[in-house]
Design a protein. Structure first.
Length: 115
């Protein structure tokens, strides 16, 4: 199993970024997938989640209306579109596959929102 996040960077407040998660080594379409983030000195927290076929999505209140999660089962990717970014969105972002025999975390991708 391999999970690889990409797309992070430095952006000004109000800007946008598009994160991507590429996963392999399992039947991608059989699993729900979440995005998490971890800011310095804070616990890792769930940001958004999407069901296996993409029919159900959930968002933390802090990102509702600004972030959109989507997936492409043919390409084995999950995307997190982040708009209207705020300094408090600064964190390392990870995707997480729910239900595998053990936890698999990628290296994450750093998002920094600063002027």
């Amino acid at each position: 199993v391999q999970v690889v996040e990409s797309g992070g960077g430095l952006v000004q407040p109000g800007g946008s970024l598009r994160l991507s998660c590429a996963a392999s080594g399992f039947t991608f379409s059989n699993y729900d997938i979440d995005w998490y983030r971890q800011a310095p000195g804070k616990a890792r927290e769930q940001v958004a989640g999407i069901s296996r076929a993409g029919e159900n999505r959930l968002y933390d209140d802090s990102v509702k209306g600004r972030f959109t999660i989507s997936r492409d089962n043919a390409k084995h990717t999950v995307t997190l579109q982040m708009n209207k970014l705020k300094p408090e969105d600064t964190a390392v972002y990870y995707c997480y596959v729910i239900g595998l025999p053990r936890d698999y975390w990628g290296q994450g991708t750093q998002v920094t929102v600063s002027s």
